[in-house]
Design a protein around this ligand. Structure first.
Ligand code: AMP
Ligand code: MG
Length: 499
């Protein structure tokens, strides 16, 4: 092998080792107090820049790739992809610029271009991998790139001549003077690799559950992966048990659930404490919501479910008949014997408006017992957040509100979570259109028909069970009454009723 290429390889290997050490050191140091939140120095870029200017462009690119692989092992795919895009974009940009112009571009131009490109590369990654809602960061990133690049360039502009002056007496060889200048250049360039979007890491757990007839997902941030996975498995057991208990379609071996109560024909059914507590909550929710959320509306909701399946409106007399069997006072709960009786054998339980929120309440206490602090759990339209979304560059959770008029997944706005939970009730979730009229799944107990007051109501509060009750309740009330009820319970409501 040619002597000089052997030297290059050795040099690249040494620089890469340094790069890995610096990346690791920066992880250990954590966020620096004198930098804005989410911004870090990018120490590992020093050896890459050094390689770019003193070894060769391919070795700099190779190092950027290897560094990304290392970050992958350390922090997972997302962080690695962002590192890769940022480093490659800035190295490539500076490399191209330093070649295409003669005389050479000033350090100022080079460092500004490198810094801006680094941030744009990372933003592209964020946009592709994390959230398409983040485009508003663009001006911030360009501005921070310009500022950091400018500062770097100015430092170079004033310090390099001073260095030249120092070395004029030739006591230091011109070679080492050049190295010194370049070291300074590199130290300054590393400042320009600051980015508001560094610090991303993959969550410890991201998993889907198929529960409560809806898509559910759990994301745990910043925990040991194994502990987080164990908690996620345990949580599934908790949620699956409650799913079975509140299931009105199936019975399960060895378990008394709402389905068994609906089939009990007026006799008492003994249940476990968890289900008993839930039914007590549901009964209280009915009076708290002024009767708008009634777990005993099952005889009516089942007729509308049939309508959604068949696109045939329910028979009016059948509907009127069903409405007679929804009196919440016929749900008898005996605390001493832990038994539940539907004293009206024709009445039917339907926990659809309450079960998901109550399940989130159970989830919250389970995860807190497991020591899991930072997570987002979503069960269909109900969301519970806790702690902060570590590794995402934000300290609060941001959720999107579905636009009731647009296809699923289209958000009308994003909301920073100031409360721990929210629930949405909407006329777009389950419905059938008959002769141009929409018949959806939320029934106004005062009429027996789907409520026509609103398109979508989202309620924010700290208790997910209450949020779920309130979203359904407010959907069936006037906005004025709903807002009053929400604020009396320290909750906030967002209505999306625009046509
Ligand atoms: P949500 O999406 O939380 O508003 O709950 C809607 C589900 O609750 C429906 O699919 C029905 O199963 C049930 N439901 C509909 N209207 C009511 C109501 N007024 N009170 C109680 N449960 C209802
Ligand atoms: Mg609800």
């Amino acid at each position: 092998m040619h002597k000089s290429s052997a030297r290059k390889i050795t040099f690249t290997a040494v620089l890469f080792a340094l790069c890995v050490i610096l990346a690791y050191v920066e992880e250990l140091i954590g966020p620096l107090p004198f930098l804005p939140p989410g911004v870090k120095l990018g120490l590992a870029n020093i050896p890459i820049m050094y390689a770019l200017f003193f070894v060769s462009a391919p070795s700099a690119f190779l190092m950027a790739v290897l560094k990304s692989l290392f970050i992958f092992l350390l922090k997972g795919f997302t962080a690695a992809a962002l590192t890769f895009l940022g480093s490659i974009a800035s190295v490539f940009c500076m490399w191209v610029l330093s070649r295409i112009r003669k005389p050479r571009l000033s350090y100022l131009t080079l460092s500004i271009a490198g810094a801006v490109m680094h941030n744009l590369g990372q933003l592209l990654g964020v946009w592709l991998l994390i959230s398409r809602q983040l485009t508003y960061y663009l001006p911030v990133l360009i501005l921070s790139g310009l500022v950091m690049g400018f500062l770097t360039g100015m430092v170079l502009k004033f310090l390099l001549p001073a260095l030249d002056h120092l070395h004029l007496n030739k006591t230091v060889s011109s070679d080492s003077s050049r190295s010194l200048k370049c070291l300074l250049l590199i130290l300054c360039l590393l400042l320009s690799s600051c980015s508001s979007h560094t610090g991303y890491s993959d969550p410890a757990v991201f998993t889907w559950y198929d529960l409560f007839d809806t898509y559910s997902s759990l994301t745990i941030y910043g925990e040991d992966t194994q502990e987080a996975s164990q908690a996620a498995d345990g949580l599934y057991e908790v949620l699956w048990k409650f799913h079975q208990e509140t299931d009105i379609y199936h019975t399960y071996e060895g378990l008394r659930n709402l389905c068994s109560m609906n089939q009990a024909n007026g006799s008492a059914v003994s249940v476990d404490q968890e289900l008993f507590d839930f039914l007590t909550f549901a009964k209280d929710a009915c009076s708290l919501s002024d009767g708008t959320v009634n777990i005993l509306l099952g005889s009516v909701t089942s007729l509308w479910e049939e309508t959604r399946r068949t696109a045939v409106l329910p028979d009016e007399s059948a509907l009127a008949q069903a409405m007679k069997h929804t009196d919440i006072s016929t749900l008898l709960l005996d605390e001493d014997t832990l038994t539940v009786t539907l004293s009206d054998p024709e009445s039917r339980l339907d926990a659809g408006a309450l079960a998901k929120g109550y399940a989130l309440r159970l989830a919250k206490s389970y995860l807190s017992r497991q020591g899991i602090e930072n997570y987002l759990l979503s069960l269909g339209g109900s969301i519970l957040v806790h702690g902060s979304p570590l590794g995402t560059g934000r300290d609060k959770f941001i959720i999107g509100l579905q636009d009731p008029k647009k296809p699923e997944g289209t958000y009308s706005r994003t909301v920073t979570m100031e409360y721990e939970s929210c629930a949405t009730s909407g006329d777009y979730q389950r419905y059938v259109d008959i002769d141009g009229v929409r018949y959806h799944h939320i029934i106004d107990p005062s009429t027996g028909y789907p409520s026509t007051r609103h398109h979508s109501v989202t309620v924010f509060c700290d208790d997910p069970a209450l949020a779920d009750v309130l979203s359904t309740a407010l959907f069936c009330m006037t906005q004025e009454d709903g807002q009053a009820l929400a604020s009396s319970l320290q909750a906030e409501a967002v209505y999306q009723d625009e046509e």
